[in-house]
Design a binder for this molecule. Structure first.
Ligand code: MN
Length: 744
C-alpha cells in the first residue's frame, strides 16, 4: 500500500489531521523523527483497529487527537509517538517490552508512566487527598513528559465527555478539576488549564455555566464596541512612541474564571465588570515597561493592582505585567503586557521549553537523554532562582525529589509518609489500634517484610489479629515519631515487669554489678527518681526499660546527686573518683607505688594529661596539699612552670607486685547513632578484660552519637590496642583521647 492509499483507505473512517497526512506522505524522505511518529501511528492504528469510542467513532481518533495536542505544544517525536501509543498497553495485548523493541526505551517509559497513572481510581478524593494525588503524580512521573501526555489525554477525554453517562461525566470532571487542571497550572500550561476548567465547569455546574455563557453572549455588542474603543486609543498611542505591537486585543475571560470571581467576591454577574481582558504583546522587555507607561498615561491606574511578574516571575515561570485601569465609562479594564516569548510560556508552560530551546542542529535531537536531564536541571534552577516561590518549591522539589512517599490504602486513599516509611509506620498512621494489633502486611497483594521501606504507589494492606502485639524490634526501623511513641506507649502499658527487668539490666550494665542492688535502694537513687518525675524507683526502671528515659540521663542525674552530697573541698581532680560506686583507682593498686621517684611522698596522676605507663613522665611539685602531680612529658600545663619545681620520675612496670597496674584514660568516640553501638564497643573491650569505669552516650538528631568512656588501661600498648579495636568497627567515625585542661 502506498502512503496515499493508506490515507484514502482511512479517510472514510477517521479524518487524519493535515500534519499527519503530510508526515505519512513524506515518509520515504523523512528524517528519523518523522518516521518514529509515522510508525507509532501505524502501529496504534493496527492495534486499535475494530475498537470504537463511546461516540461511535473509531478508537484511533483519540490517540490521533492526543498526539496532535502534544504536537501543538511543541512536543518532541518521542512525546508525539507516546501520544499515539498511550493506550495500547492498557487496551491491547502489546507489552512494554514490545514497545521498547519497536520505538526505543524512552517511548516505552512514557507509555508505561501514563498507563501507571491511569490505573488509579480517584473516586474517594477530598481536598487533602487531591493534593496528595497531585504530588504523587509528580513524584511518580520522573519524566515530566509523562504528565504532559496524561494531560493531553485528559483534555481530549474531557472534550468528548458528552457521550458518557451523566454520572460518569461528573466523576471525571470532578477528578479533572481537583487533579488535572491544577497540574496543568503548576506546569504552566495555561491553554490546557483554562480549557480543562471550562469543561469541568460545564459538567459540574451546568446551570451556572449556561447562565454565564448566555450573559456574555447577551452583552456581546456592547462589549465589543467598548473593546474596539480602548484598542484604538492604545494602538495609536503606542504607535506614536514607535513601540512595536505584535498583538493588541481584548476578549472575554474564560467562563470559570468569571464564575470563581463571582463566588469569591459574592457578586452577581452584573457586578463583575472586567469580564474582558486586554493583552498587549510586544517585542522586548523594555517595550513592556514602555507600553505600561502608555497605558497608565491613557487611563487612570487603580492603586494596588499593578503586578510585575517580569521582575518577579510566578513559580511556574509565568511572566507579564498586569495592571488594572479605569476606562472612559468608569469601568475597570484589566491589561496584561508581555513579550512573544513570555506569551508562549504562559500558554505552553513547561512544554514551551521544547520550542524555546536553542534552535539549530540540536533541535532535531530533542529526544536525547541529555535533553531530558537538561529539562529537569532547568526545573531545579528555576526553583533556586525564585526564593519566594513557595508553591513551586512544594510541588516540584518536595515531590520530584523524593521527600515523601505516597502509598494507597486498599480503598484507594492516598497516604503520604516520610521517605523510608515501612508498613508499620503505615499501620500506625491509619490508627494506633491497627498498629498495635498488626500481624502482617501485604504490599501490592504480596506479603511483605515489616521493615521494608514502602515505595510510591504501593497499595498497602495491614492484616490485624486480636492477640497480635507490637515488637520492640520495630523501634529499630520505624521512621515516624507517631509509630515510635505508640510502640513505646504500648510497652509501657502492657509490659511493666519486663520493662523493669530490662531497665535494671540496662542500668546495671552502666554502673557495674557490685553494690548495684543497694544502690537502687539508696537515697541518691530516690532523689534521681524524684528529679526524673517518677513515683518510685520501679517506675523509673520501667521507663528506662521502654525507652522513655535513657541510661545516660539516669547516670548523669545520679552523678549530679552524688556530687552535690560531697563536701566541696573533697572533690578531686579526676572527677570519676568522686562517685562512690566507682572505685578509686589508687585503691586498686594496693600500697605499692606505681611511680618510681616519688616514694614516700604524696602524689597523684594529673587529670589534665593522664599519663600512661610507657609514656615519658615528669613530676611537678604543686603548691597545694596534694603533693606531686605526675604529668606527661610535654603537657602544656608543665611548660609554664619554673624548672626547680620539676622532679624526674618514671613508671614502675609492676613486675614486682605481679599484679598489673592500671591507669584511668578517658576517650571519646563519635559513632553512627545505631541502636546497640555502645553495647558492641563494651563487648569488644570486656572480651579483652579491659575494665570500663564509666560510659555515656550523647545523641542528638542528625549528628553522630558521642560516646564517652573511662577505661582502666595498663599501658600505652594496650591503649593503642583499644583504639584499633574500636576503630575497626564500621560504625565508628572518630576516636580521641580526652585531656582535661587547667589542672596542675
Ligand atoms: Mn487515552
Amino acid at each position: 500500500m502506498t502512503a496515499i492509499s493508506i490515507i484514502e483507505n482511512r479517510a472514510d473512517e477517521v479524518q487524519l489531521p493535515h500534519w499527519l497526512q503530510e508526515c505519512l506522505l513524506n515518509q520515504s524522505e523523512a528524517d528519523s523523527d518523522d518516521s518514529l511518529i509515522c510508525q507509532a501511528f501505524n502501529f496504534a492504528y493496527q492495534l486499535h483497529e475494530g475498537q470504537t469510542r463511546k461516540s461511535g467513532e473509531p478508537y484511533i481518533a483519540h490517540p490521533i487527537a492526543v498526539a496532535s495536542l502534544l504536537r501543538d505544544l511543541g512536543g518532541d517525536s518521542v512525546t508525539i509517538a507516546a501520544g499515539f501509543l498511550h493506550d495500547v498497553v492498557e487496551d491491547t495485548e502489546v507489552t512494554p517490552e514490545k514497545i521498547e523493541e519497536m520505538f526505543g526505551v524512552q517511548v516505552r517509559l512514557l507509555v508505561e508512566g501514563v498507563t501507571k497513572l491511569s490505573k488509579f481510581n480517584f473516586s474517594s478524593t477530598t481536598e487533602r487527598q487531591a493534593e496528595n494525588f497531585r504530588r504523587m503524580f509528580l513524584a511518580m512521573a520522573t519524566d515530566i513528559r509523562v504528565i504532559v501526555v496524561k494531560l493531553a489525554d485528559r483534555l481530549h477525554n474531557m472534550r468528548t465527555l458528552d457521550h458518557l453517562k451523566p454520572e460518569k461525566q461528573r466523576r471525571i470532571s470532578q477528578e479533572t478539576r481537583e487533579i488535572f487542571a491544577p497540574l496543568a497550572n503548576r506546569l504552566g500550561i495555561g491553554r490546557f488549564k483554562w480549557e480543562l476548567e471550562d469543561l469541568c465547569f460545564k459538567y459540574l455546574e451546568p446551570e451556572a455555566y449556561e447562565e454565564i455563557k448566555a450573559l456574555i453572549a447577551e452583552r456581546r455588542a456592547d462589549r465589543e464596541a467598548r473593546i474596539a474603543q480602548v484598542t484604538e486609543t492604545l494602538r495609536s498611542r503606542l504607535e506614536k512612541l514607535k513601540i512595536n505591537v505584535i498583538e493588541l486585543k481584548g476578549r472575554p475571560k474564560h467562563l470559570y474564571g468569571i464564575y470563581q470571581k463571582m463566588q469569591r467576591q459574592q457578586k452577581e454577574f452584573s457586578q463583575i465588570y472586567d469580564i474582558a481582558a486586554f493583552r498587549i504583546i510586544v517585542e522586548t522587555n523594555e517595550e513592556c515597561y514602555r507600553a505600561l507607561a502608555v497605558v497608565h498615561d491613557a487611563f487612570k491606574p487603580i492603586p494596588g493592582r499593578f503586578k510585575d511578574y517580569i521582575g518577579l516571575p510566578k513559580p511556574n515561570r509565568y511572566q507579564s505585567l498586569h495592571t488594572t485601569v479605569v476606562g472612559s465609562n468608569g469601568r475597570p479594564i484589566e491589561i496584561q503586557i508581555r513579550t512573544v516569548e513570555m506569551h508562549h510560556i504562559a500558554e505552553y508552560g513547561i512544554a514551551a521549553h521544547w520550542k524555546y530551546k536553542e534552535t539549530g542542529t540540536s533541535n532535531t535531537n530533542l529526544s536525547s537523554e541529555d535533553n531530558k536531564f537538561a529539562w529537569l536541571r532547568q526545573l531545579l534552577e528555576w526553583q533556586k532562582d525564585l526564593s519566594d516561590a513557595q508553591e513551586y518549591m512544594e510541588s516540584v522539589k518536595d515531590n520530584l525529589f523524593e521527600d515523601d512517599v505516597y502509598v494507597f490504602t486498599p480503598d484507594g486513599d492516598v497516604i503520604a509518609l516520610a521517605q523510608g516509611a515501612t508498613p508499620v509506620d503505615f499501620a500506625y498512621r491509619i490508627h494506633s489500634e491497627i498498629g498495635n494489633h498488626m500481624k502482617g502486611a501485604r504490599v501490592n497483594g504480596r506479603w511483605s517484610v515489616l521493615s521494608k521501606p514502602l515505595e510510591n504507589g504501593d497499595i498497602v494492606e495491614i492484616i490485624t489479629q486480636k492477640n497480635s502485639h507490637p515488637s520492640l524490634d520495630w523501634l529499630n526501623f520505624v521512621v515516624s515519631p507517631t509509630a515510635r511513641n505508640r510502640i513505646r506507649q504500648w510497652y509501657k502499658r502492657s509490659h511493666r515487669e519486663e520493662n523493669i527487668a530490662r531497665g535494671k539490666e540496662l542500668l546495671e550494665k552502666e554502673l557495674g554489678k557490685s553494690g548495684f542492688d543497694s544502690l537502687l535502694k539508696s537515697e541518691p537513687m530516690q532523689m534521681v527518681t524524684q528529679r526524673c518525675n517518677y513515683q518510685s524507683v520501679e517506675d523509673l526502671l520501667a521507663a528506662l526499660g521502654y525507652g522513655e528515659v535513657t541510661q545516660n540521663q539516669v547516670v548523669n542525674r545520679l552523678r549530679d546527686v552524688v556530687k552535690e552530697q560531697q563536701p566541696v573541698e573533697e572533690i578531686s581532680e579526676t572527677e570519676d573518683t568522686t562517685t562512690p560506686f566507682v572505685q578509686d583507682y589508687t585503691e586498686r593498686h594496693g600500697s605499692k607505688s606505681p611511680i618510681i621517684g616519688v616514694e614516700g611522698m604524696l602524689y597523684h596522676i594529673a587529670g589534665c594529661c593522664k599519663p600512661l605507663p610507657g609514656e615519658s613522665i615528669i613530676g611537678l611539685v604543686t603548691l597545694s596539699s596534694r603533693g606531686i602531680s605526675i604529668h606527661r612529658q610535654g603537657c602544656h600545663n608543665v611548660d609554664k612552670v619554673p624548672g626547680e619545681r620539676i622532679i624526674p620520675v618514671s613508671w614502675n612496670d609492676g613486675s614486682e607486685t605481679g599484679k598489673p597496674l592500671t591507669y584511668p584514660v578517658d576517650i571519646q568516640i563519635e559513632a553512627m547513632d545505631r541502636v546497640g553501638v555502645l553495647k558492641d564497643i563494651l563487648a569488644r573491650l570486656s572480651d579483652r578484660g579491659i575494665n570500663i569505669r564509666n560510659a555515656g552516650v550523647k545523641t542528638s538528631r542528625n549528628k553522630p552519637a558521642l560516646i564517652s568512656l573511662s577505661l582502666d588501661i595498663r599501658d600505652r600498648q594496650q591503649l593503642e590496642y583499644v583504639f584499633q579495636r574500636i576503630k575497626s568497627m564500621s560504625d565508628i567515625l572518630n576516636i580521641t583521647r580526652v585531656m582535661n585542661s587547667g589542672d596542675h
